[in-house]
Design a protein around this ligand. Sequence first.
Ligand code: NDP
Length: 399
Amino acid sequence: MRLGVPLLPLLLPPLQGGLCLVAGAGGALVWPTLQTVPRLTLRGALVFGAWLLLQATLQLLVPGRQVQGAPLLDGRRLPYWLNGWRSLLVTAVVLALLVGAGWMSPALPARELGSLLVTATLFSFLFSLYLQLHGWWHPDEGSASGRLSPVHDFVLGTARNPRLGHFDLKLFFEARPGLMGWAVLDLSLLALQLERHGTVSNSMVLVVGCQLWYVVDYFLFEEAILSTWDIRHENFGWMLCFGDVVWVPFTYTLQAQYLVARPVHLPGWAVAGIALLHVAGYVVFRGANLQKHRFRREPRQAVWGRPPHVIETDGAPLLASGWWGLARHINYLGDLMMGLAWCLTCGFGHALPYFYIVYFTVLLVHRERRDHAACARRYGPPWRRYVEQVPWRIVPGVY
Ligand code: NDP
């Protein structure tokens, strides 16, 4: 799902003494990049290990419900155990108890950001090796493309739905350690800002609030992940694993990291405008994703109060009305609007917080093209009819 390299150590130097402090390194001018590459520490490794263990235990033990996944290309439907919402609540209670009892400083994860980043990166490489072997050992879970080369298999994975018994590894890593980790790191960075500056800026409250909303929303509509590209079509290899475990928690907290170093106090009109942009983005993002998810389950259900405009194919039908009649990936537009809102909370004092929206735009434009090519292959002429009827890729009337 998420592409890239660990950029944080390279992005930190420009903020000399700013973000560098967050990552636990000094802001020296000589050899800045080398000096700001975080170190592996025992404490960081223990925190990461405990977090992974907690999340895996919750995935296994917390009550939930079993849901059949969307049909795979071979027609099978895998059962998934969904208990994300309750696991999120238990996680919040456990962390609140640890902090309340004085056993853990709320700023601890933020202070350990650098070593957590290194540990998570190492983990993603080692675990991806396991995933590669797992796919070779379980050809029934393997991808249609087969073994192209060891490097290809390592990066893109060898199994589409690797499982240990009933434990679905891809579903777990899509959300648990990384997505929840993002929320925890955000809150921890807020605590660190309070610790360092004696106050929490309204920009920090806004960005953390918006991002917590994004994470909570994921768990409220957890089932919708089952009909996404990642779950249905992508193998689970280094690219997904690194994205889930490293990229999301450490890059998506970039705005909060920045605000620890340079608190921004926004005027009321800016807070209102950013909040409005976020809400509007959310309506598009959630509305479109839910609409497709429901359509995939019940293709005849009304869309925006009217019978859906359906394009029949040899496989699953395509929806050409509602959100999906405005642009072929309008869900990406909603996501981009929310991402822009997060960046804007940091004001215009530095370009670094805008890294997210630039990266995310590139990612989603590239992803849309990949999906378009895959759908054109999968559906043939019906897809071309859909493209004729809905010519816009992401932004209606623009792109
Ligand atoms: P989609 O959920 O849009 O899934 C694309 C798939 O949907 C297609 O392959 C096709 O699959 C099906 N589809 C496409 N058009 C139609 C149609 N008209 N009618 C019915 N089915 C259709 O893509 P993603 O999985 O990429 O994204 C899901 C969400 O996750 C998005 O909102 C995106 O913004 C977000 N996201 C967030 C990221 C982040 O880092 N924050 C990264 C990537 C995505 P099929 O034919 O198999 O049904």
